[in-house]
Ligand binder design. Structure first.
Ligand code: PRX
Length: 677
């Protein structure tokens, strides 16, 4: 879609941005600065290029190492950068054990169930320690799992997800958590790619007032995985209500077990955290790519943990005394880095919220904030827009006070930013707009909250130790403030960057480095800029404004969906001949996919068929993929070489002029499709 960025006929983030004027700055308040973890401007110098890579020692020193590392950055196998080489540590130990002496009685996790009449669970560090140990014993002794094995998790937002991840981390077992809203089929694809023999799931969870049967997805996942040659030996099932089965789907004899039943045999068993190499793998997180197959971003232990702990401390401003609530789902990278690993490594109290923010009404998040006295709040523009739409005056009704708020996942419109600042933050909280990706482990651009002014709609400069730059298509840097959009790259390695794509080193190189690599033989990191795949502009003050994806990926409500994945799901409907998916601007979700289909000969377009297509996308990928609209068209606009012109479809879907269509093989079709608008 690179060409489409400059095309006036497509509603892209680039266009929104072009219409954005430079916004006024907002100053962080003095009360915030007085308590902030980072207020010394020397940090920017300290993390400057002159001190790279040794500057990152500061982050690594926030962790407890079993063995200190010898080499800070090993660049011998570009672009597989290795951080803190020779060091040994354990992530579970760093998130739990080391806090016990001082904080065993402190809440590690506040679990907020969706039903408001169910009490909030406050799990102390000691309790978390006990539960993680017992479950690690199950994984090791009952399942026979050991360092380097993979397991797939398909778990909802319940504390057992944190327990499962940390139990895996204790053993060096690589967890691959799949977002619970994803379908059984999507879970199967990830089981197959990760070659997992175990699936850990839950029987049910609440979503929008309903207790959903989640176990049924495990059956679909295992069935599909089997068809693709990956046998799942055991499905371990957490119960939403321990001791009670809350799903209708029957258990599969010999394969399915309730974790609650097995745990009885492991009561109070302790498992010594395995001392692991810094460059061993902590987890996989699958993300959509330009081709159908999702990519497993493979994150390290030492580099990743250092990076998320450092950025949690300095950008999220987390102190152990804070009550921190990130409303993202743990099934996405945000939840891994900034609900679990970063906050817990800093001994914070982290909130896990099961439900939908606007259920039963838009006051729910603010009641939770009031009850728990949350002071750091972290969410996405999509959630902010939804809360603003249905409850613009709700925050004022509740007595909570945030010192700090984050927005993440998509560009935020300045007027939405201002509502977040004025109404949700009550003009007391600083805001950080953090730009980053599944692949990057942690934040790339953001203001440092105690140091920088905020500017609505702009993410900010690179965070300390990150040196971003905007390149044109030929790799030439665009001058700051030139007002032109280009491709944002990070010039240097950093500890949070994934080590590779699971099982596909070539794809890792091709997707993220090939575009701007200066010399494939070079062992000098300067020759390997990281290509993020986002368009951006840099203002004269060095703040970046992110314009959105430049590849075939649609960012729906802050979640990436590959257009190819969506189209191939559409093509699974028998009646469909061709399918094309385009992003269309949406006031709440940022973007929603519209799917255009042409039907096989002799098939009549009906409302029932549209519904079938829509339902198939939702069942194949997940409800998040439900198209904003299904368009049944007589034919697709095509180039003479037969390529579907998605640009034209995007313009029509947005009600815009389709522009010059004379080069099409079938220009007359454009008018026909327009009539459907
Ligand atoms: O396009 C950027 C957008 O989300 C993409 C990364 O998506 P994902 O890997 O799912 O991770 C989401 C959470 C980190 C980016 O390539 N994006 C992320 N944060 C921002 C953003 N766009 C604008 N502003 C942001 N703050």
């Amino acid at each position: 879609m690179a060409d489409e960025k400059n095309d006036e006929n497509i509603v892209s983030e680039a266009q929104i941005a072009v219409h954005w004027k430079e916004e006024e700055y907002f100053e962080p308040n003095t009360k915030f600065i007085a308590q902030a973890n980072l207020t010394d401007p020397d940090i920017l110098e300290k993390f400057g290029e002159k001190n790279f890579p040794e500057c990152y020692k500061d982050y690594a020193d926030l962790l407890t190492w079993d063995k200190y590392w010898g080499t800070t950055l090993d660049t011998s196998d570009p672009p597989h950068w290795k951080w803190f080489v020779g060091g040994k540590l354990n992530a579970s130990y760093n998130c739990i054990d080391r806090h016990l002496a001082k904080y065993k009685n402190k809440t590690a996790i506040h679990f907020v169930p969706e039903p408001e009449d169910e009490p909030i669970v406050h799990m102390t560090y000691q309790e978390l320690y006990n539960k993680v140990n017992e479950f690690a014993a199950v994984l090791r002794d009952y399942c026979g799992l050991k360092k380097g094995d993979t397991v797939t998790l398909h778990m909802p937002m319940i504390p057992e997800l944190a327990i499962t991840m940390l139990a895996c981390a204790r053993l060096g077992v690589i967890h691959s958590q799949v977002f619970s809203g994803f379908s059984g089929k999507a879970c199967a694809d990830r089981i197959v790619d990760a070659k997992s023999k175990f699936l850990i799931t839950a029987d049910s969870y609440y979503r929008g007032g309903k207790l959903l049967d989640h176990k049924e997805k495990a059956d679909i996942a295992c069935g599909r995985a089997e068809e693709e040659g990956q046998h799942v030996e055991k499905v371990l099932i957490w119960q939403r209500y321990p001791g009670k089965y809350s799903a209708a789907t029957p258990l599969v004899e010999g394969r399915d077990v309730f974790i609650n039943d097995i745990l009885k045999d492991y009561r109070n068993v302790k498992v010594k955290p395995v001392s692991l190499d810094s460059t061993d793998t902590l987890f996989l997180m699958y993300t959509s790519g330009t081709t159908g197959k999702p990519k497993g971003a493979q994150h390290s232990i030492g580099g990743y943990m250092s990076y998320v702990t450092g950025t949690s401390k300095y950008i999220q401003d987390i102190h152990p005394e804070d009550v921190y609530w990130c409303m993202a789902d743990i099934g996405w990278i945000t939840g891994h880095s900034y609900i679990i690993y970063g906050p817990l490594a800093l001994a914070a109290s982290s909130v896990i919220f099961e439900g939908v923010p606007t259920h039963p009404d838009a006051g729910r998040p603010w009641r939770v904030a009031e009850e728990l006295d949350v002071n750091i709040f972290h969410t996405s523009p999509t959630a902010i827009r939804a809360l603003r739409r249905v409850g613009p005056d709700e925050p004022a009704k509740y007595n909570y006070h945030f010192k700090h708020m984050t927005t993440v996942g998509e560009p935020i419109e300045p007027n939405v930013w201002r509502w977040y600042y004025n109404t949700v933050g009550k003009k007391e909280a600083v805001i950080v707009d953090t730009w980053w990706q599944t692949e990057t482990g942690g934040f790339l651009c953001s203001t440092v909250p105690g140091l920088h002014k905020m500017k609505p709609g702009s993410t900010g400069p690179g965070v300390p130790g990150i040196y971003p730059e905007i390149l044109d298509d030929d790799g030439n840097p665009l001058p700051k403030g030139c007002g032109k959009a280009g491709n944002i790259v990070i010039r240097n390695p950093w500890p949070g960057l994934m080590m590779t794509i699971w099982g596909d080193d070539e794809r890792f190189k091709n997707v993220y480095f090939a575009r701007y690599n200066k010399d494939p033989e070079s062992k000098d990191w300067h020759d390997w800029p990281y290509f993020a795949g986002d368009g951006a502009v840099e203002a004269p003050d060095g703040y970046f404004r992110i314009l959105g994806r430049i590849d075939d990926v649609i960012n729906v409500a802050g979640h990436r969906l590959g257009t190819k994945e969506l189209e191939s799901a559409g093509l699974m409907v028998d009646e469909v001949g061709e399918a094309a998916v385009v992003p269309v601007a949406d006031p709440i979700k940022g973007k929603v996919p519209h799917i255009f289909v042409s039907l096989k000969p002799g098939i009549e377009p009906t409302e029932a068929l549209k519904k079938k297509i829509s339902d198939t996308l939702a069942s194949e990928i997940g409800p998040i993929a439900k198209p904003g609209r299904v368009w049944i068209v007589p034919d697709m606009p095509k180039t003479r070489s037969g390529k579907i012109m998605r640009r034209v479809l995007g313009a029509i879907a947005a009600g815009k002029d389709a522009g010059d269509v004379t080069t099409l093989a079938n220009p007359e079709i454009v008018e026909e499709i327009k009539k459907l608008y």
